[in-house]
Each structure stands twice: as C-alpha cells, then as structure tokens.
Design a protein around this ligand. Structure first.
Ligand SMILES: [Fe+2]
Length: 182
C-alpha cells in the first residue's frame, strides 16, 4: 500500500456567495494577454483570493470585493514586469463589467475600483477592504523570490507572522497545512 501526500487548504466561510462566475472567468481569460499559468496568472489570483478571504475573516473586509479584486487586478497586464498602468487598465476593464458580469452595490463597487486602480501606485489605503485586497496580493510575493515585508502590509491580520509564513509557503509551492491520505 502506498501513501500519497496531499495538501489541503480550507476556504473560509464567507458572508456572501462568490461573485466569481464561470462567465466572468471566461471573459477574463479571453482578455488576459499573458501566460495564464505565468507569475501574474490564474494560480496567483487563486492564492490572492484565499489570502484575501482568510484575512477578511479577521479584518471584516467585503469578501465580494476581495474575490473580484483577486481575479481582476492583474487581468490587464501587458507584460510580467513593472507595467505601472496595469492597475488603471484593470479599473477601466472592471468598469465595463458592471451590470453584466459584476453586480455590487455602489459603495462596494467603488472600493473594487479603488483597489484595482490603486494597487500599483499606492502603498496603503484608509479603507479596510481595499487594504485587505492589497495585503492579499503582497502576501503572494514569494512566487517571485520576495519574502513579504510586514512593514509593507497594512492590516494587523496580514502582519501576523503565522499568516505571512502560511502565505509565503503556498506562494513557493510548499503549503504549511498538509495531511496524509492513503
Ligand atoms: Fe497581483
């Protein structure tokens, strides 16, 4: 009998149903100009989503905004380098989806726009939901060889050493949570 080591992560309970529909993901994939499996592609977005939902359980961030940010903030990149304007392009793209693929109250949509638009240029934000989005993204820097710096994280939940280690390990493909299954 052989044993297979498998890794599991638990998706935190969220107060809202996920706004990430199959149709929205298909549209984002159609729009995305880079490698879907690259450093700014879908696996990064999935980790940002889980980082964000995990943080939101402590920060009280709007999970709808967190989930949409995860899959939209890098969707309009034109290269995997600095690409300073990709946040602004993501914001403009997000704007086109309101009422067809994104359904949010005005305030939540405004926060989503600010989170996408500002994530490339602003170090911090006064709103907890926006800051949670940015922390979720920065906690995934391990994939490009950077250990997240607590001084660049804005929420207490993200600066927690255990949170940084958990996210960092996932970002480099070595999840902390694991179980052994037969
Ligand atoms: Fe990102």
């Amino acid at each position: 009998m052989s044993q297979h080591r498998v890794y599991t992560v638990c998706m935190p309970n969220t107060p809202h149903p996920s706004p990430l529909t199959r149709e929205l993901i298909a549209l984002i994939r159609e729009r995305y100009a880079l490698d879907w499996h690259g450093i700014h592609g879908a696996s990064h977005w999935a980790r940002v989503r889980l980082n964000g939902l995990t943080l939101a359980a402590r920060t009280g961030a709007d999970t709808r905004v967190v989930e949409l940010f995860a899959f939209l903030h890098d969707a309009c990149r034109l290269d995997d380098g600095y690409d300073r304007d990709h946040g602004w392009r993501a914001m403009r793209f997000t704007e086109t989806l309101l009422g067809t693929h994104i359904f949010l109250p005005d305030r939540a949509f405004s926060l989503l726009m600010q989170a996408c638009g500002g994530h490339t240029v602003n170090p911090s934000h006064h709103d907890t939901t926006v800051q949670t989005c940015w922390d979720a993204d920065r906690l995934d820097l391990g994939r490009v060889g950077i250990v997240p710096d607590p001084n660049r994280l804005g929420t207490v939940a993200a600066r927690d050493h255990a949170m940084i280690e958990w996210a960092y390990r996932r970002s480099i493909g070595r999840p902390l949570r694991q179980c052994t299954a037969v």
